[in-house]
Write a protein that binds this ligand. Structure first.
Ligand code: TPP
Ligand code: MG
Length: 577
């Protein structure tokens, strides 16, 4: 199944090669300096950029990085390096963060925790005190409790963590950890003591990754039960999940949907995993946070919901307002397959999808109402009107096409983005489950480096911008051209919706001055629909960083945020009057 991109031709193929000869032990010299092998192996597995900040314990490692074919990008602050690497990995198939011990490693921890939660394959390489330094347990700078502290902390946010203290095992450890990252689509941690990185290590003990296989009986039983349900269903729907993007299996699901003529909805995490201009795509489902009533009604009245690769999270399911009862659902993920009340383990997700995609089935009756969900063009007499949040997403949608990637931060930037719908197929990337603020500006840098043909459209609230917005400086230095849309509603709008308080106040910045500060890019301040529309046209013509500050009244929120906030207040018993 090497060609599932032909159908879902909207993400570049993962850069990591499936050609195992490239990573066979005999394709390397018999010995290599550890640092050289580390970055050569990562390069052969598809890493082209590294994001980080150096420090003295990491300098020898950074020197090897600089000599390698991987481009090292120094960021303003480690959290940004983590967010950039996370966004990069989602598109590229693998990414890399290089930092120094504890002050760097612990600084980037939150972003890596997000990558773990949302299944983004990031390799974290941290410089560290030397093997010799550790002998008498001295008080070295950057040490917290013991020399093991950072690795132990990382155990919680990675699938595997190691300290390379043994020359004999270093090569096989590197291979094992990088392969684990690729297999599980989750971060791994490799700590490199500064006195190890120049040592010659034998390139031995490298075993090829074995493709996992389903148990054939379990697979057959799960398929038979699923296919029987599909055959009986009069109104089935597919709820495409985020794992389809991570495991590059959206093409298989599209093939299945097309053969069976079954409509497809996405959720907030998987938005854009299925091309949104596909004839079977109906919109984003998330209970009360759905993109529109049509998709909400369709999914809730379906007699079978095929959830494929779906993470069922509180926010993406509209804070417990989604209606997806087990008696009318199949939930298949990389971890298990649940068919109604039955659970099947030992099934490979891809094999399950491959078999569904080729199973015989009479096509269902479905036809999407034409023009449903598409944005209404901007009329002349509206242009002088003030922007509402719904208009922000509507006008943006009118400008988006397949060369755009919307990168949304937390706040109304992400909730309102549920309503983005274009006649074309832009990409969408956001930390929609872990929901850490500060993701989008650095994330835009990761996107731009991972896929040159995509221009990032960064949507960021004023609060989130104050966390990592200065990262625009890196975009200017690298000659990238993200369009950064700052939704300035004077503070923490999302929090205000849930609970009012002085703690939601932040300093009003003059956001458009950021270009003066960092020495590049253009900026503009807008508050009407026409001004926003014209600013987007100007930004699209410019090949530089372009910052658009949107002045939004404090009272303006998207319908999706209003709904979510109402549910959160209800569940938590908050009276916000
Ligand atoms: C790192 C981090 N800190 C705190 C929060 C909690 N939080 C969620 S939304 C929000 C306010 C966001 O403000 P802003 O970026 O201005 O967006 P708005 O809600 O106004 O649209 C806060 C503080 C978070 N999600 N992440
Ligand atoms: Mg705000």
């Amino acid at each position: 199944m090497k060609n599932d991109f032909a159908a879902a031709d909207h993400l570049p193929p993962p850069r990591f090669s499936k050609d195992l000869a490239l990573i066979a032990a005999d394709s390397f010299p018999a010995t290599m300096p550890l640092g050289q092998f580390l970055f050569e192996y990562l390069y052969r597995r598809g890493v082209r950029h590294s994001f980080g900040v150096p420090g003295d314990f990491a300098l020898p490692t950074f020197s090897w990085l600089e000599k390698s074919k991987i481009q090292s990008v120094t960021m303003t602050h480690e959290p940004s390096a983590g967010f950039a690497a996370d966004a990069y990995s989602r598109i590229n198939g693998i990414g890399l963060v290089c930092v120094t011990y504890c002050v760097g490693g612990l600084n980037v921890l939150n972003a890596i925790a997000g990558a773990y939660a949302e299944k983004s394959p990031v390799v974290v390489v941290s410089g560290a005190p030397g093997r010799k330094d550790r002998e008498k347990d001295p008080l070295l700078h950057h040490k917290v409790k013991t020399f093991e502290t950072q690795r132990r902390v990382y155990d919680e946010v990675t699938v595997a963590s190691t300290v390379l203290l043994d020359e004999q095992r270093a090569a096989s450890e590197i291979v094992r950890y990088v392969e684990a990252c690729l297999r599980h689509k989750r971060p791994v941690y490799i700590e490199v003591p500064h006195d190890m990185v120049d040592r010659e290590i034998p390139i031995v003990g490298i075993s090829q990754p074995e493709p996992a296989k389903s148990d054939p009986h379990t697979l057959r039983a799960a398929l038979e039960e699923t296919l029987a349900l599909i055959r009986r269903a009069k109104k089935p729907v597919i709820l495409a999940g985020v794992e389809l993007a991570r495991y590059r299996t959206a093409g298989l699901v599209l093939r299945m949907a097309e053969r069976m003529n079954i409509p497809i909805a996405a959720d907030l995490l998987s938005k854009s995993a299925i091309p949104e201009n596909h004839r079977l795509y109906i919109g984003v489902y998330g209970g009360a946070m759905s993109s529109d009533e049509y998709v909400r009604n369709y999914v809730e009245s379906a007699d079978l919901v095929l959830m494929l690769g779906t993470f069922i999270t509180d926010m993406s399911m509209g804070f417990y307002t989604a209606k997806l009862d087990r008696h009318r659902t199949v939930l298949a993920t990389t971890e298990r397959v649940n068919v109604q009340y039955h659970r099947y383990d030992s099934i490979q997700f891809r094999e399950f999808l491959e078999q569904l995609a080729t199973a015989r089935m009479t096509p269902k009756r479905f036809r999407r109402p034409s023009g449903e969900g598409l944005p209404v063009p901007l009329k002349k007499n509206e242009r002088s009107q003030r922007l509402s949040m719904a208009d922000v997403f509507r006008i943006l949608s009118l400008h988006l096409d397949e060369r755009c990637c919307v990168v949304a931060d937390i706040g109304d930037a992400i909730f309102g983005a549920v309503g983005i719908r274009s006649a074309h197929q832009p990409q969408f990337i956001a930390p929609a489950y872990y929901m850490s603020m500060g993701f989008a500006v650095p994330g835009g840098i990761g996107v731009a480096l991972a896929a040159k043909r995509l221009r990032p459209y960064v949507l960021v609230g004023d609060g989130a911008f104050q966390m990592t917005g200065v990262e625009i400086s890196t975009a200017v230095r690298l000659g990238l051209n993200p369009i950064v849309i700052v939704l300035n509603n004077d503070g923490y709008g999302t929090m205000r919706q849930i609970r009012e308080g002085g703690f939601n106040k932040i300093t009003q910045w003059n956001y458009s001055k950021i270009c003066d500060l960092v020495g590049g890019g253009n900026s503009v301040v807008v508050s009407s629909k026409g001004e926003f529309d014209s600013a987007l046209t100007r930004a699209q013509k410019s090949d530089r960083v372009f910052v658009i500050e949107l002045r939004i009244p404090r009272s303006e929120v998207s319908d999706q945020l209003a709904q979510i906030a109402r549910e959160v207040r209800k569940v938590r018993g908050i009276n916000n009057s």
